[in-house]
Write a protein that binds this ligand. Sequence first.
Ligand code: PMP
Length: 465
Amino acid sequence: MDLSPAHNQSLEDLDRENIFHPFTLPSEHMAHGPKIMVKGQGVRLTDNHGTVYLDGLAGLWCVNAGYGRQEIVDAIAKQAALLPYYHSFASMGTEPGVYTADTVRRMVPGNMARVLFGCSGSDANDTQVKLAWYYNNLKGRPQKKKIIARDRAYHGVTVASGSLTGLPTVHKAFDLPLPQVVRVRCPHFYREAEAGESEEAFADRLAAELEATIEAEGADTIAAFIAEPVMGAGGVIVPPKGYFEKVQKILKANDILFIADEVICGFGRLGTPFGSDYFGIVPDMISVAKGITSGYQPLSAVIVCEEVWSTILESSDYLGTFGHGYTYTNHPIACAAANANIELMEREKLFDNAATAGAHFHAALHSRLGDHPAVGEIRGVGLMGAVELVADRATKRSFEPAAGIAKKVQADALARGLILRPMMNDSLAFSPPLCLTTTEADEIVDILAASIEANMGAMKDAGAN
Ligand code: PMP
């Protein structure tokens, strides 16, 4: 059998014939093929034809330190040569993970006790569900198992984390969500607030709805509430002022765990170390991934508070071994990458840069597009944001999804050398590397504005005023 690569075929054709692409329309992929990136430096990527792009999304919201960071590359190579793998089952361990866990546990908000590593945001949130169930079984409350998650949330795609996700694409034809998930409203002021309602009143209404849901389900049946500080894939949704403060009070009163999904917001995205820091959240459990290694290696972590950890510790005598974890839990190369990455971001003050470059970026977006007839809302915090396009600004009327307006703007921006992400309600999301300069921020705004302008005709055809 000849297993040498079929070099007589283009990379694009080989991809089309072999790769099963995630979150891709299969028929469209077969027709148009992939775009293949071959190198990156700073905020820029180069494809296999030599075209350069500004990566306005930092991969998938994850390359926080930027591409081509030699310190991280060297740490990976050094660890791979020294010890590429060993596991952490049955009290075994490796060196890098000990340091990652110690750093991360001390960095995160709250009284956190232990760190359990995985490989992806999805597996971290899957672990969170299992831990919430496990904890309540140990507490002698076997009926306290439901998890409250929000509409438009993104928590992953595994059976449990995909159930927490509140986006139809992740459920459709997959027999999801699991029945243990209880859904509450998305805290999007622009779309969900009633006419004349203030931000504060909207937050009060969301809190009242949460309280009513808990009462209807029975607090003794609910284990946890999970939330991204700023929702990512659901459209970059920043909650109304006071929202998390009110939510936390209700959860405390009902003995419900708060799981902060910091997979995007963690490690500086909002200009603070964690999204919980920005909103004053004190979570009981935290999920991190993406920015922990800036995507240089797959790594996630679940961080649990003292109460959850001590309950599990006390169970040793009667329950025995803690029966969860992965072959790659505590992976030494991934943890070495994390250590170098966190050190680099700290040294270069990239979290602070996310705050200052982010403020510049939002100001530029507002000054350039704030009054634009096609722009309904500009939202975001730090270096995470979105611009929502509308057919009618006054009534907030959206375009028909079939018109694919955000997708058209995204394709135009791509042709001009900028990667953005189209999302539901014709929003275009950005989440660039945290090393973004103000000049690069201006470049993103210039291209986005030009791409919106270039699509005004398409928007008219799709019913824009
Ligand atoms: N949680 C959040 C907030 C995310 O944004 C994502 C991924 N976009 C996940 C979880 C799932 O992470 P992964 O794709 O690594 O499984």
